[in-house]
Design a protein around this ligand. Structure first.
Ligand code: CAA
Length: 246
């Protein structure tokens, strides 16, 4: 059996492609899904089986530390130590700031930023004692450049890379790499939910002239998760079609 990899938001647009890429790399993959989506997760698992992929599905609320600790304990008992963690689960609650509610602010901070603490806490120390680990945090181009209507999301996603930079230093000597991927606009449900007129204006600003694909992100996840990627740590990989170049 290959090293165990957990992908949060594993049954979503980006997560599905990530799970497939990690399977292709020989990992034992766990797609973690939001507990309210049990039916969708069962269907998703069936569809993967039909494609010849055996992927475990487990529920988790990434905004809740106890739920994350329980997920990791169950996965460890069933499959073995968690050696690769992809913190991918994320939501949007877009609104101009003057109309943004504290519920919209907190939902995004809890799900997109506090989740990194909640999911990484139960795995990090064990990775360092074993001397190997890969943590990949999915941020966003909008955490790098800011985005009108996303004060909550941009704050959380910028925070994600701060977390990466600090933890990379703590994991380095113990063989645990911690990296960020900052996707640009990818053709997932999240981006397709933006009003068409607004979305088309955004696409017009992307130098390659189109949305990215989930596979663009998934192959970057596999690259960072590779056994040979041990010298890359604390990095922020831009996969954005040139939308933000720094
Ligand atoms: N810069 C400056 N002004 C802008 C602007 C921008 N980027 N976008 C809109 N405005 C202006 C509008 O022209 C409008 O001006 P007027 O009042 O003078 O007409 C005003 O701001 C209000 O804009 P809207 O009519 O769009 O306001 P709304 O309340 O209907 O919608 C919004 C607000 C929901 C934030 C909407 O603008 C929107 O969806 N924006 C896109 C947000 C976005 O990019 N989200 C990314 C989601 S995908 C994702 O997050 C994945 C990832 O990581 C990339």
């Amino acid at each position: 059996m290959g090293k165990v990899a957990i992908v949060t938001g594993g049954i979503g647009g980006l997560g599905t492609a990530m799970c497939k890429a990690l399977c292709a790399q020989g990992r034992t993959v766990v797609a973690a899904y939001y507990p309210a989506e049990a039916d969708k997760a069962a269907e998703w698992q069936k569809a993967r089986k039909e494609e010849g992929l055996d992927i475990a599905v487990y529920p988790v609320d990434v905004s809740d530390l106890e739920s994350c600790a329980q997920l990791v304990a169950k996965v460890e008992a069933d499959l073995g130590p968690v050696e690769i963690l992809v913190n991918n689960a994320g939501i949007t609650r877009d609104s101009v700031f003057k109309r943004m509610t504290d519920a919209q602010w907190l939902a995004v901070i809890n799900t997109n930023l506090n989740s990194l603490f909640n999911m990484t806490k139960p795995v990090f120390e064990k990775m360092t004692s074993r001397g190997w680990g890969r943590i990949i945090n999915i941020s966003s181009v909008n955490g790098q450049k800011g985005q009108f209507g996303q004060a909550n999301y941009s704050a959380a996603k910028a925070g994600a890379h701060g977390f990466t930079m600090a933890l990379a230093q703590e994991g380095a000597k113990a063989g645990v790499t911690v990296n960020t991927i900052s996707p640009g606009y990818i053709g997932t449900d999240m981006v397709m939910a933006i009003a068409e007129e607004v979305r088309n204006k955004i696409i017009a600003t992307i130098p390659v002239g189109r949305l990215g694909t989930p596979e663009d992100i998934a192959r970057t996840v596999a690259f960072l998760a590779d056994d040979e990627a041990g010298f890359i740590t604390g990095a922020d990989m831009y996969v954005n079609g040139g939308l933000y170049i720094h």
